[in-house]
Design a protein around this ligand. Structure first.
Ligand SMILES: [Fe+2]
Length: 416
């Protein structure tokens, strides 16, 4: 090759790289921000009910809110992202040792309302902050059976929410998520954050330079399950909303137990024991080929998983993050997955829709659900750029997903 040809080639490559670089977005706008200035700006918009709750709990807000993680410690490359929680850690299933009748929990409540026959329960007249360990075990079992349990009118500090979450499993601390600051907490580089993440669409839209678009689908408005790319994906997630718009902003849950029971015996048998690939919501870059564009953390889990407490089988796929069934041809996998996603999405008889409703200032509503056996959908039918819907979320990671061939389905177990 002549020297001039080499020069031309590298010149072409240079401009090609430059063009590709120009199309790449930084991992987040936070790279370009003066974070403290931005946090202080958004603290001013903190809705009054949230502010009352935080002040009562002694949350230190002098550096603004919510805390945006230092972009220097957010993994940019996929190999670094894989290192997070790549080792198996111990998990204790609290629901296993609970009283099957849940007497301590249910007798302390003023009222227990099942919202549908097999999915969704509201407990009235009980404060989550006051539960003892027996009641926490029983609540974990109730969630395992009913998929999602609601508590309104809760006086719940973020610290107490975190404590509850820690009781149910290792807390997921997300390197990219905005969080509630806690006093005297030290964070290592890659797992920073308090573990109490902030759900506040108005803020997030601004951070991501995004506006609500009625015609466009956004990530949280498709049915999904949280954190399925983890080696030990999320078990219980607890979302506490302290600020709710006057109307709109409901959440829908769909049952994985019931989705499995919707399948014919022949199709259940076909899926039992099969695995699929599950990917992360957040993108990273390939260190060896950064211009390739976004790549995701991927892990393999069983499509049908057994819940360790109920022993029931659940269909564990979701449109947002299950990419292919291992062992099938790509077309077969696509068609089968599309059918399975549709079971969660189209069957209204396996769903429950919850209206949060505003609480007294400083009080909020909690939804506690099990990601191992459900999908959820946040309905974006409020003015997301102007109406406030603010909450704090804590996710407890559970076991390495497994399929027990001797386990049975919910309806089989209930004799239906
Ligand atoms: Fe979610």
């Amino acid at each position: 090759m002549s020297p001039s040809a080499t020069e031309n080639n590298s010149g072409d490559k240079f401009y090609q790289n430059l063009e590709e670089l120009a199309t790449l977005k930084p991992v987040s706008k936070s790279i370009l921000l003066d974070r403290e200035e931005y946090q202080l700006k958004w603290l001013k918009y903190l809705p009054a009910p949230a502010r009352t709750r935080f002040e009562k709990a002694g949350i230190e807000l002098s550096k603004g809110y919510p805390v945006i993680p230092d972009p220097k410690s957010i993994p940019r490359f996929i190999n670094e992202a894989y290192e997070i929680r790549n080792e198996v850690f111990p998990y204790i299933e609290r629901a296993i040792k609970a009283d099957p009748h849940k007497r301590a929990l249910l007798s302390a409540a003023k009222e227990v309302q099942h919202l549908t026959k097999h999915l969704g329960t509201e407990i009235i007249g009980l404060q989550l902050a006051d539960l003892d360990d027996n009641q926490r075990d029983e609540l974990a079992l109730l969630v395992a059976e009913r998929v999602v349990v609601f508590f309104r009118g809760q006086d719940l500090s973020p610290q107490k929410q975190l404590e509850l979450g820690k009781y149910w499993g290792q807390i997921e601390r997300h390197p990219q998520a905005r969080y509630v600051p806690l006093p005297d907490q030290s964070y290592d580089d890659k797992l920073q954050g308090s573990g109490i993440t902030v759900i506040w669409r108005k803020f997030l839209n601004d951070l991501n330079d995004r506006k609500q678009d009625f015609r466009k689908e956004i990530k949280n408005t498709v049915f999904h399950t949280d954190l399925v790319h983890e080696k030990q994906p999320a078990g219980i997630t607890h979302l506490h909303n302290d600020t709710i718009p006057e109307n709109g902003g409901d959440t829908i849950w769909s049952s994985g137990y019931a989705a499995y029971d919707k399948l014919s015996l022949a199709f259940q048998t076909f899926l039992d024991g099969k695995t699929a690939i599950y990917r992360s919501a957040h993108p990273y870059l390939d260190r060896d080929d950064p211009l390739k564009g976004p790549v995701y953390i991927e892990r393999e889990h069983p499509i049908i998983r057994t819940h360790p407490a109920t022993g029931w089988k659940s269909l564990f796929v979701n449109r947002a993050m299950t990419t292919k069934i291992v062992g099938l041809e790509p077309t077969e996998s696509r068609i089968v997955l599309e059918y399975l996603f549709g079971i969660f999405e189209k069957n209204l008889d396996i769903q429950v829709r919850f209206r949060w409703q505003p609480s007294k200032e400083g009080f909020g509503t909690s939804a506690i659900w099990d990601n191992r056996i459900s999908q959820h959908y946040a309905v974006g039918d409020y003015d997301q750029d102007n109406d406030d819907r603010h909450g704090t979320r804590v996710s407890s990671l559970a076991e390495v997903p497994y399929f027990d061939p001797s386990s049975i389905s919910q309806r089989e177990s209930l004799g239906i």
